[in-house]
Design a protein around this ligand. Structure first.
Ligand code: SF4
Ligand code: SF4
Length: 285
């Protein structure tokens, strides 16, 4: 059902660390380019891969590559009918200018408002793009997610861009490459993606980490570690798994090899709208 789609992928990056792109590139089986090809999604523009640092010509750095990539982006946005992936939050500060995050020569906020109308679907990749994430910690930036604004945890309460009806949030800090690819596949095949009250796909974020944690048996027995060297439940060390909705225990990370609590680290609830501030300190009794 997916084959034959000719959708274009435009991937823009706002205020974030780039970790979600790195996570996407770490996807192994299939790798990201093969997966995109399989679902018929042509990666037409990506803020990092378009060589915006310019190219070396006769030993000096030329800006021509950046210039050309921005021309290409303008053409894509004018043509419409693309899937827009946004990575990173959208700062509004200082004073509504959005200049705390510049993309090329313009505030990212402005670029997003130019890109959003022509998108058939907007996928917020990572917790920054979904809810503001780590970028919210710098209060002066007044950073928000694509459809969830500022410090609000309620859908629409502070939504700034009026695009909520075509946004799918795929949080995680970083997001899981399979989460993103599965959502893109669903979008391109025209399936309805059931979302929870925070705009996340229920199929991926419908149960807590605690529900199927490999240490759940220890939790139920009351066997809780007070030091990181033990093999029991990490609740007393600050684990937020009971509050975190994600399928990490069954999907696992890094080639399905492990996940936080399996590896011995408390879950920090990085998929939640209130991450990170409401879950700090991450570790400790
Ligand atoms: Fe980086 Fe996390 Fe934001 Fe992704 S969600 S851009 S990994 S800080
Ligand atoms: Fe629940 Fe965390 Fe204990 Fe796992 S380690 S059982 S997620 S409290």
């Amino acid at each position: 059902a997916i084959a034959g789609s000719d959708k274009k992928l435009v991937w823009l990056r706002g205020s974030g660390c780039g970790g979600c792109t790195a996570s996407m590139l770490n996807g192994g089986d299939p790798d990201v380019l093969s997966a995109l090809e399989k679902v018929g999604l042509e990666p037409e523009y990506h803020d990092e891969f378009m060589l915006q640092q310019g190219v070396f010509v006769d030993g000096s750095l030329s800006g021509s590559s950046d210039h050309n990539s921005r021309i290409r982006l303008s053409e894509l946005l004018a043509g419409g009918d693309y899937v827009l992936v946004v990575e990173g939050a959208i700062p509004d500060g200082p004073e509504g200018s959005g200049r705390y995050c510049m993309s090329g020569a313009m505030p990212f906020k402005q670029l997003f408002t130019e890109a959003a109308p022509g998108a058939s679907c907007i996928v917020a990749a990572g917790t920054c793009a979904s809810y503001g994430g780590v970028s919210r910690l710098f209060r002066a930036a007044d950073a928000a997610g694509v459809a969830f604004g500022g410090t609000s945890r309620l859908k629409g309460a502070m939504s700034r861009y009026g695009v909520d009806n075509k946004v799918i949030n795929v949080p995680g800090c970083p997001t899981h490459p399979e989460w993103l690819l599965l959502v893109l596949a669903d979008v391109l095949s025209g399936r309805d993606v059931a979302l929870d009250m925070y705009g996340r796909p229920v199929a991926l974020f419908g149960a807590t980490v605690h529900d199927s944690c490999p240490r759940r048996g220890a939790y139920d027995r009351g066997d809780r570690d007070n030091e990181f060297s033990g093999g029991n439940c990490l609740y007393s060390l600050g684990c937020k798994g009971p509050l975190a909705y994600a399928d990490c225990p069954t999907r696992r990370w890094n080639g399905a090899s492990s996940m936080c609590t399996r590896a011995g680290g408390p879950c920090v609830a990085c998929v939640e709208p209130a991450f990170p501030d409401a879950f700090m300190p991450f570790f400790g009794k």
